[in-house]
Design a protein around this ligand. Structure first.
Ligand code: C2E
Ligand code: MG
Ligand code: MG
Ligand code: MG
Length: 284
């Protein structure tokens, strides 16, 4: 029994190591090839308005299925893409692709805000705002249908420069959220200065709710801080009904997590949330 388990643990460990042992150069090359061959995909995870239970947004999450290496998690390849710099090209692809998708999903009177993850190096490019504005214009999408998810690390590196970029983004009309809030080096003074509209509570604080007393204290404090600053508060990684109920007592505005849905392909997202087959039948 024990022997069996040890063996499968070892296999798991080995499989994880494979990507870890690949050289930066090989992965960088593979990522550039993936861009060239258009083999990255975006999946979309619904964001649920807690009060109404309605899907009000979708977070674009990068997926990469390499023909030799198989499915590689963004948690693994994004950090390497940041190190080698290829994240800038990947990020531009993500931005253009998510904006095109959002344009398709915001036709007529349908409103669905699409959240896009932005990496530090991408945010630091001098043409970041210009690129974004151009992509929005090309797709004919209203800027407020996009929300950028920025991590605290983006904002602390050079706070004055970050503030300048955030202000031009706000002027453009896009929404901004702080992702994985509470895990980075936050300075509360940023929250006051930055024109952001939402805090995303990191999954690590949500995971052990409502049993873990420290997490209860942290999540309660983040929700009350966010609301006092007139920011929306969303919790990510919501997996259970108990977590949902607890977050509701805090007046959390939005929820995201496997309790509702994992990230879906665009076709799955559409048939589940946007153009369900019944509605089509009824309207014809
Ligand atoms: P994130 O932005 O915090 O995204 C949330 C992650 O949590 C996603 O993982 C999502 O699939 C996962 N998740 C959502 N709900 C649950 C849940 O209930 N339980 C569990 N266990 N997990 C849940 P994913 O897609 O593997 O992405 C990991 C990270 O990679 C993202 O964290 C983000 O930091 C980064 N990432 C993904 N796509 C992009 C991208 O297009 N650009 C950049 N720069 N980073 C990206
Ligand atoms: Mg995110
Ligand atoms: Mg997040
Ligand atoms: Mg997270």
């Amino acid at each position: 029994h024990v022997k069996e388990r040890g063996r499968s643990d070892f296999r798991f460990y080995q499989r994880q190591m494979n990507i870890g042992l690949l050289s930066r150069m090989k992965l960088d090359h593979a990522m550039r090839q993936a861009l060239e061959h258009d083999s990255f995909r975006l999946h979309y995870q619904p964001l649920i308005d807690l009060a109404s239970g309605q899907v009000i947004g979708a977070e674009a999450l990068l997926r990469w299925n390499d023909k030799d290496m198989g499915e590689i998690s963004p948690a693994q390849f994004i950090p390497i893409a940041e190190e080698t710099g290829v994240i800038v090209a990947i990020g531009n692809w993500v931005m253009a692709s998510a904006i095109k998708q959002a344009a398709k999903w915001n036709q007529g009177n349908q409103v669905l805000r699409v959240s896009i993850n932005v990496s530090a190096l991408q945010f630091q490019q001098s043409d970041f705002v210009e690129n974004l504005a151009m992509a929005l214009q090309e797709a004919g999408l209203a800027p407020d249908r996009i929300e950028l998810e920025l991590t605290e690390s983006i904002l602390v590196r050079d706070a004055n420069e970050a503030l300048r970029v955030l202000e031009s983004l706000a002027k453009l009309g896009v929404k901004m959220a702080i992702d994985d809030f509470g895990t980075g080096y936050s300075s509360l003074s940023y929250l006051k200065r930055f024109p952001i509209s939402k805090l995303k509570i990191d999954r690590s604080f949500v995971q052990h709710l409502p049993d873990d007393e420290s997490d209860v204290a942290i999540v309660t404090a983040i929700a009350s801080l966010g609301h006092a600053l007139k920011l929306k508060v969303i919790a990510e990684g919501v997996e259970t009904e108990e977590q949902r109920a607890f977050l509701q007592t805090l007046g959390c505005d939005e929820l995201q997590g496997f309790l509702y849905s994992p990230a879906l392909t665009p076709a799955e997202f559409e048939s589940t949330y946007l153009f369900p087959p019944q509605e089509k039948l009824q309207s014809s």
